[in-house]
Design a protein around this ligand. Structure first.
Ligand code: S3P
Length: 178
């Protein structure tokens, strides 16, 4: 049943950089809405039986193979008719087909924070092999490459997670999608 804004029957997808809290905010948001919660990295791991790091680090696989699996997991999640909350891995916006699919089938919200803030939150992330030994520099570079793409798919819906606690971010997302 669509609500007055037509968003009630759409998936809600959280996008943003590594460390922006997509999984913690998404989990709480799903609980508050009584919807299923899906995390695209977890979907890739469940579908392949390998960890994200293993896929990145296996010869003959690597990032290119991961991006294909990521796109498949996202498409699969978005094709489910039951409206859910989806935490989309940071890199999904790199692919134009992913972006088109997101805009067509979901209400997308960008969880936004400065790279310096994100860098304080990502230490020890085992599923984030791209961060290497200098997460702040990597995140600054990614932010430059991706911010316009997050903006494009979120169509103006942004929550500043640098200044919000998880539950305040959930409230802010709920306001945006109401
Ligand atoms: C990536 C983000 C990670 C994971 C992988 C690559 C990226 O997911 O998919 O390490 O390119 O931004 P999270 O955004 O959930 O940390």
């Amino acid at each position: 049943m669509a609500g007055p804004t037509g968003t009630e029957d759409r998936h809600i997808v959280l996008v943003g950089m590594m460390g922006s809290g997509k999984t913690s905010v998404g989990r709480q948001l799903a609980e508050r809405l009584g919807r299923p919660f899906l995390d695209s990295d977890a979907q890739v791991e469940a579908r392949t039986g390998s960890t994200v790091r293993e896929i990145f680090e296996t010869e003959g696989l690597g990032e290119a193979a991961f991006r294909v699996l990521e796109a498949e997991a996202l498409a699969h999640a978005l094709a489910d008719p039951v409206p859910s909350v989806i935490a989309a891995a940071g890199g999904v916006v790199l692919d134009s087909a992913n972006r088109a699919r997101l805009r067509a089938t979901a209400t997308v919200v960008w969880l936004r924070a400065e790279p310096a803030v994100l860098a304080t939150r990502v230490t020890g992330g085992v599923h984030r092999p791209l961060l290497g030994h200098d997460p702040r520099t990597v995140l600054e570079q990614m932010h430059r490459e991706r911010r316009a793409l997050y903006e494009e798919v979120a169509e103006g819906r942004q929550v500043d997670v640098g200044t919000h606690s998880v539950s305040a971010a959930v409230d802010a997302v709920l306001e945006l999608v109401a």
